[in-house]
Design a protein around this ligand. Structure first.
Ligand SMILES: [Zn+2]
Length: 187
């Protein structure tokens, strides 16, 4: 199993320089990266999803900018935008429910941890350190995990579980039916 500390393999087309990026140079150049890849490339996120739908695409965009934290000093910063639809498990009926998850955040980079921690407390944006070497892919996965709805649920669960007191159907029963697989005796 993957641990949070294991290095993530880069998805196809992901800019190699974004795996240990220079926030200072990226901000100064008003850099821009964007792309999309399958959610399955982010194992901690994929583990929070159900079914095979982790092939669903994640669209991402990163822009270099300069931004001031609470002390008013302009610093290298990064605007990160993420958009995806995650297949999660409804906490009421245990069926898959698709939740749109969008992230639009600014990250300000400080040169050392102490400054970053101090600024982070008094700022709506996240303040990170150091200026060089952050892994954008890990940052993206962290942000998506933070953005997950705490209790994913359908607005309206159409299962007989409450009315009839029956257990909910197997989560993949509907999928098997769709596939025309009527042989339910095997697992
Ligand atoms: Zn539900």
């Amino acid at each position: 199993m993957n641990t949070p500390d294991a290095p993530l393999p880069s998805p196809l087309g992901f800019p190699p320089e974004a795996r240990a990026f220079d926030a200072e140079a990226f901000a100064h150049a008003r850099g821009h990266w964007e792309g999309s890849f399958a959610l399955a490339h982010l194992p901690r996120l994929a583990a929070a999803c159900v079914g095979l739908a982790s092939n669903a695409p994640l669209h991402w965009q990163a822009d270099g900018e300069t931004r001031a934290a609470g002390d008013g000093v302009p610093r290298p910063a990064l605007r990160l935008r993420l958009a995806c639809r995650l297949p999660l498990e409804c906490q009421r009926c245990l069926q898959p429910v698709e939740e749109a998850v969008d992230v639009d955040r600014h990250f300000i980079f400080a040169s050392d941890e102490e400054t970053a921690a101090q600024l982070d407390e008094e700022c709506d944006d996240d303040v990170l350190a150091p200026l060089h070497g952050a892994d954008l892919l890990t940052l993206m996965e962290d942000e998506l995990l933070l953005a997950l709805p705490p209790v994913p649920r359908h607005a309206d669960c159409r299962t007989p579980v409450d009315a009839a007191g029956e257990p909910p159907p197997h989560p993949f029963a509907a999928l098997a039916t769709l596939k025309g697989n009527t042989n339910n005796a095997t697992d």
